[in-house]
Each structure stands twice: as structure tokens, then as C-alpha cells.
Design a protein around this ligand. Structure first.
Ligand SMILES: *Cc1c(COP(=O)(O)O)cnc(C)c1O
Length: 393
């Protein structure tokens, strides 16, 4: 692959491997094992396999390798390992490198399952986890210790869209030698420059913008070659969270159009953020890419785009939020995000239902809050749908 290709070219051609048939579209190698020419060949491959030599689909597969190489080229990471879901990526990135007695610092505002992994799984195996307010650098500084092995945070928090400064946290974390692991779903692979800003490890739920069409669960862990090959791959190939070849093919084809989709989604998200500013039915309207966001300057400097999700806080609380959701005609009520279809979610009663009222309040998840994931439908149609639903709320 050419080093100086720009993003869209990388997303279409990066990582391509062609069989003897020279197919145009990437082949799905729907096989879990591979045949060796001789016993000696099998022995040699188990000692060391080259980039185009495979053993078993839990370890690697040609279609999966195409996806890994394509996303690594996009992200500017040395290597990638594809996983069965976003959560397999989050848990694999952490558990592959941690052991009992280690210390981790994490931002408090996390996707529910990420919180479960940090707060319940890691601690059960003797890892100590400290939680901080991710936007407060003083709290990171106070929590980091000589024995801190990793820090973990979501670049843009779900669903309150608070932005964490990767470069600033990485600088502090690297002073104690901690590995910086970033869940970058809300920033999207299109606007991410996480590796450039000092993240050692970037994880994605490929279920979101990478597929972008609501078809399959998947995930990916990106980082330095030694970490991915020696730490992550070794752990994942034995514990079983690898991506299937069919899923990898869906994700590969998703990457081809991802830049076009996500930029169109972000442009519409910005138009909606503009249109709803100061709307009498709203207590708050947040979009990370809009000038009204409290951290707009950080987003401008570090990302060049605010992603595809808005947070609309209805002044009339849960009842108004439900009226808004039920009045939407194009936007669907669901809990995916980053999809071609626009989707609205009421976090307090669905994705964040497990949290206590006090935890919700601490995270800014009010009863009126609606998360709006903007799709690729026509901008004017979506604007009209959101505005009429606000009227109805
Ligand atoms: C969806 C999501 C995950 C989990 O991904 P799955 O593919 O559903 O396992 C992790 N982190 C964030 C921020 C997410 O939005």
C-alpha cells in the first residue's frame, strides 16, 4: 500500500489481498482452518507465520487481515486486531495487558458495558480502578500513581458529549509509564487523530460507524505492533473474541464508504444543532462540532469534526422527551448509533437504566435527555422531522 495515499483512497484500497482469480471486490474466506503442503510446513507455520500465512480463524484469517490492515492504515496505527464486538475490543485491550495488583485510572462517564468491565470484572481479578471526572486534568494528575499501568476513557462521552483532551491526559499518563487506551467510538474513525495525539491504544466498536448500516457486531483494537501481536493477539486467540470472516467482509465494505457517510452525517448534525439553538422546548442542545459546545475550541483543534451524535435535553423532563420521541416520523427509536438511519434514544430509561438517580445526575443524564444519532437521510427532511417533534413535545 502506498504510504502517501489520502484517507478515502486508503479506505477503498488499503489492505486489499487478491486470490489467484484477481477478484475486484474483497473475497470472503469463510474457512476456520488452512491446509499445509507438508508436515514440515505445518511445523514451520506454528513456530512463526508470515503476514499471509494463517493457521486458524481464531488467530487470523485473510478477510479479517484485510479489515485490520485497512483500519490500521486509516488510523495511522502500526497494527490492529479485529474482535467479535466492541466490548470484546474494550475488554481484550485491558485484560490482555493487566494483572492482579495493577492500578488503572478511568473516566467516570462510560458506556454501561465499559463501566461493568472496569468496575466489576477487573476489580474481581485484583486490579484496582480509580474513577475521575475525565475533563478535569487535576483529577487525572491526583489519581495517577507510579504503579498505574493503564488509563481508559471515551474521547467523547456517551451520552453527554463531554470531550476529553487526549494529548493532555496522555502527557500525564506517560509520566508514570501508563498505557493510554481510548474508546474512540463517538469521535469516529473519520475525525479521530487519537494516535497522533498520544493514545497508545485505540478501540472501536465497529458496530457503529464502520459498519454504519446496522448489520453486524464487531470491534477492533489498534496500537503498536508489539502490543497488538504479542499481548493482544496472544490473549484473544486463546480466549476466543476474534472477528468472523463474514463480519470482517461487512466491515471492510463499510470502511469504503465510511468517510462519505460520516462527513454527511456530521454536516446534518451541525445543521440540526444550528436550528435548535435556543429552542423554547430545550434546556440544552449539545453537539461537539458546534460553536455553542463548551469545549468547541478543543474539538476544532484536535478533531476537525464533532461526530454524528447530538444530545437534546428537553425542558419538560421525561414526559416531554417521550412526546418528542413518539412524534418523530423519520428518526427511529432504537439504541444503535453511527447508523445510516437516524436513531433517537432516551438514555435514562434504556441504555443507562441500571444507574441510580444520583449516578445519572452526576453524569448529566437528566430525565429530559435524548441522544440523537444523525443518519444519512436528506438534511431538510431530518430538520423538518426534528422541528415538528419538538413542537409536539
Ligand atoms: C457501542 C459501544 C461499545 C460496545 O460496542 P459493541 O459493538 O456493542 O460491543 C463500546 N463503547 C462505546 C462508546 C460504544 O458506543
Amino acid at each position: 500500500m502506498s504510504e502517501n495515499w489520502n484517507t478515502r483512497t486508503r479506505l477503498v484500497h488499503g489492505g486489499a489481498r487478491r486470490s489467484q482469480y484477481n477478484e475486484l471486490s474483497e473475497a470472503i474466506y469463510m474457512t476456520q482452518s488452512f491446509v499445509y503442503d507438508s508436515a514440515e510446513d505445518a511445523e514451520a507455520r506454528f513456530i512463526e507465520s508470515g503476514p499471509d500465512e494463517f493457521i486458524y480463524a481464531r488467530y487470523g484469517n485473510p478477510t479479517v487481515a484485510m479489515f485490520e490492515d485497512r483500519i490500521a492504515a486509516l488510523e495511522g496505527a502500526e497494527a490492529a486486531f479485529a474482535t467479535a464486538s466492541g466490548m470484546a475490543a474494550v475488554s481484550g485491550a485491558l485484560t490482555s495487558m493487566l494483572r492482579a495488583g495493577d492500578h488503572v485510572v478511568a473516566a467516570r462517564a462510560l458506556f454501561g458495558s465499559c463501566l461493568y468491565v472496569l468496575d466489576e470484572v477487573l476489580t474481581r481479578f485484583g486490579v484496582e480502578v480509580s474513577f475521575v471526572d475525565g475533563a478535569d486534568l487535576g483529577q487525572w494528575k491526583a489519581a495517577l500513581r507510579e504503579d498505574t499501568k493503564a488509563v481508559f476513557f471515551e474521547t467523547i462521552a456517551n451520552p453527554t458529549l463531554e470531550v476529553i483532551d487526549i494529548a493532555a491526559v496522555a502527557e500525564l499518563a506517560h509520566q508514570v509509564g501508563a498505557t493510554v487506551i481510548v474508546d474512540n467510538v463517538f469521535a469516529t474513525p473519520v475525525f479521530s487523530r487519537a494516535v497522533e495525539q498520544g493514545a497508545d491504544v485505540v478501540v472501536y466498536s465497529a458496530t457503529k460507524h464502520i459498519d454504519g448500516q446496522g448489520r453486524a457486531l464487531g470491534g477492533v483494537i489498534l496500537g503498536k505492533r508489539d502490543y497488538i501481536r504479542d499481548t493482544v493477539q496472544t490473549y484473544m486467540k486463546h480466549t476466543g473474541g476474534s472477528m468472523s470472516p463474514f463480519t470482517a467482509w461487512i466491515m471492510l465494505k463499510g470502511l469504503e464508504t465510511m468517510d462519505l457517510r460520516v462527513r454527511a452525517q456530521a454536516a446534518t448534525a451541525h445543521a440540526i444543532a444550528d436550528a435548535v439553538q435556543g429552542h423554547p422546548k430545550l434546556a440544552r442542545a449539545l453537539y461537539a462540532g458546534h460553536g455553542s459546545h463548551p469545549q468547541a475550541q478543543l474539538v476544532r483543534e484536535r478533531m476537525g469534526g464533532g461526530g454524528t451524535v447530538l444530545a437534546l435535553d428537553l425542558a419538560g423532563g421525561q414526559a416531554a422527551a417521550f412526546r418528542f420521541l413518539d412524534a418523530l416520523r423519520i428518526v427511529l427509536i432504537s439504541n444503535n448509533l453511527g447508523d445510516a438511519k437516524s436513531i433517537a434514544t432516551h438514555p435514562a430509561t434504556t441504555t443507562h437504566q441500571r444507574l441510580t438517580d444520583a449516578q445519572c445526575a452526576a453524569l448529566g443524564i437528566t430525565p429530559g435527555l435524548v441522544r440523537l444519532s444523525v443518519g444519512i437521510e436528506d438534511t431538510d427532511d431530518l430538520l423538518a422531522d426534528v422541528m415538528q417533534a419538538l413542537d409536539a413535545a
